[in-house]
Write a protein of this length. Structure first.
Length: 101
């Protein structure tokens, strides 16, 4: 995945996408560079117009409609969620305490 991100980063900054630049980006990010993967990526990208691929990949998604709740039901749900979150936080703190004590 980091190889694709490096490619996209180079593309977005207008730099040439080649082995040397991808290695620089990966090294700067702290990722371990795998030479065969870099070579395979460069050969796979030959003749590919990244801008066109990005346009094709950017397909808008529809948002599902949200059902309206009555005010009283919404308050009950919110109160229950707040109680559940408080319990989860207490459980997490208890788990951490067992590590140190």
């Amino acid at each position: 995945m980091e190889y694709i991100y490096a490619t996209l980063l180079l593309h977005s900054t207008g730099q040439k996408i080649n082995e040397e630049n991808i290695k620089k980006v990966l090294t700067a990010s702290g990722a371990k560079v795998d030479e065969p993967k870099v070579k395979a990526l460069i050969s796979a990208l030959e003749g590919v117009k990244i801008e066109d691929v990005l346009k094709q990949a950017a397909i808008p998604t529809a948002v599902a409609p949200i059902a309206k709740e009555e005010k009283t039901e919404g308050k009950k749900v919110e109160e229950k969620k707040a109680e559940d979150e408080g319990k989860k936080a207490e459980e997490a703190a208890g788990g951490l305490a067992s590590l140190f004590g």
